[in-house]
Design a binder for this molecule. Structure first.
Ligand code: PLP
Length: 362
């Protein structure tokens, strides 16, 4: 069997040229006589891999010098607690809850302080982004938190919230590097890399230097302090060398295709193909208010759970994998991250069109 079009929400597809390069270097990385998997993280050759990965990411996103880039294990989920632990000054945290991931992060933050939910779209099963232009931001809030692209519900912000001068913290896991980003709008950006970049098990944290506290309470574990990771170049202990290496390859690949502007253009074209189809289809309907549709995760439904399941089975048989929607939304979900080629989306739309012609009226 050849490679399928994998519409998984994560871990997800990686660019084929990157996989091929990794394959070529698998047994003997650039004459080192060993695989990156076998290499000491203290070796010169690995240090260069890590340094280049950071430099390329900085270039891609235009990360200002007063921001640190940290590679931390534990995925995006560990950041749900590291953020309130590390950014705590007054112990007041404002959350905008637009779906399952921001809700999880908010729930975790409650363990470390007083949490205000200053906006929510739960009333319509998170199918939109609330108006965030004039929110009741707490005077004492240590930060305002958003999940910028809700992976499960398929919503994204068109405009960042007005935080009224408070620090903005964003979970960008499912949209990281999908478009240009003005890093200085944020105090902290983080992403689990397995959605839009590389293999699972690594989170990238981009944090403004002055937010890295060194006077946290003594009982905060050493590993949960951003200062530990920052002071040790993300190598306090053995990092996820393999994921850093693979992500570095993806950064170089993105640079080679023209950077984030070019990527964003392609992502828009790709998503348009699918949304145009959904907008004219009688059988398949998108679940998100048009204005807030994600370019990365596209949930859609048919008239019944039964026919949803039939479509999922048919797509799988035709070589389109992982289109089953998350149980909280139901239906189908096509995750079309950076590495999904436009041909994959066109092929899926052709398949769904044909399916509708054959089954649409039953
Ligand atoms: C997948 C995902 C997470 C959780 O990522 P892990 O690395 O599995 O912890 C958090 N936030 C968003 C937006 C996600 O898509």
């Amino acid at each position: 069997m050849g490679r399928v079009f994998n519409f998984s929400a994560g871990p997800a597809m990686m660019p084929l040229p990157v996989l091929k390069e990794i394959q070529k270097e698998l047994l003997d990385y650039k004459g080192s006589g060993m695989s990156v998997m076998e290499m000491s993280h203290r070796s010169k050759v690995f240090q260069q891999i890590a340094d280049e990965a950071e430099a390329d990411l900085r270039e891609l996103m235009g990360i200002p010098d007063n921001y640190k880039v940290l590679f931390i294990q534990g995925g995006a989920t560990l950041e749900f607690s590291m953020i309130p632990i590390n950014l705590c000054k007054n112990g007041v945290f404002d959350y905008i809850v637009t779906g399952a991931w921001s809700k999880k992060a908010m729930t975790e933050a409650k363990k470390f302080g007083r949490v205000n939910v200053i906006a929510s779209s739960e009333d319509r099963n998170y199918s939109y982004i609330p108006d965030c232009s004039d929110l009741p931001v707490d005077d004492d809030a240590d930060y305002v938190y958003i999940c910028e692209n809700e992976t499960i519900h398929g919503t994204t912000y068109q405009k960042l919230p007005n935080t009224k001068g408070k620090i903005l913290v964003a979970d960008q896991s499912s949209m990281f590097l999908s478009k240009p980003c003005n890093v200085s709008d944020y105090g902290l950006i983080y992403a689990g890399v397995q959605k839009n970049v590389g293999p699972a098990g690594l989170a990238i944290v981009i944090i403004r230097e002055d937010l890295i506290k060194t006077d946290l309470p003594e009982n905060v574990p050493i590993y949960l302090r951003y200062s530990t990771h920052s002071e040790n170049g993300s190598m306090y202990n053995t990092p996820n060398c393999w994921a850093i290496y693979c992500c570095g390859k993806v950064f170089k690949y993105l640079k080679s295709i023209g950077g984030l502007e070019a990527m964003a253009k392609l992502n828009k074209e790709k998503a348009q193909v699918l949304y145009d189809f959904l907008d004219q289809s009688k059988m398949f309907n998108g679940t998100v208010d048009k204005e807030f549709r994600s370019l990365m995760n596209v949930p859609f439904v048919t008239a019944s759970a039964e026919s949803d399941a039939e479509v999922v089975a048919a797509t799988k048989a035709a070589g389109f994998d992982n289109l089953k929607g998350h149980k909280s939304v139901g239906g189908l979900r096509a995750s079309i991250y950076n590495a999904m080629p436009i041909e994959g989306v066109r092929a899926l739309v052709d398949f769904l069109k044909k399916y509708e012609e054959e089954h649409g009226n039953v």
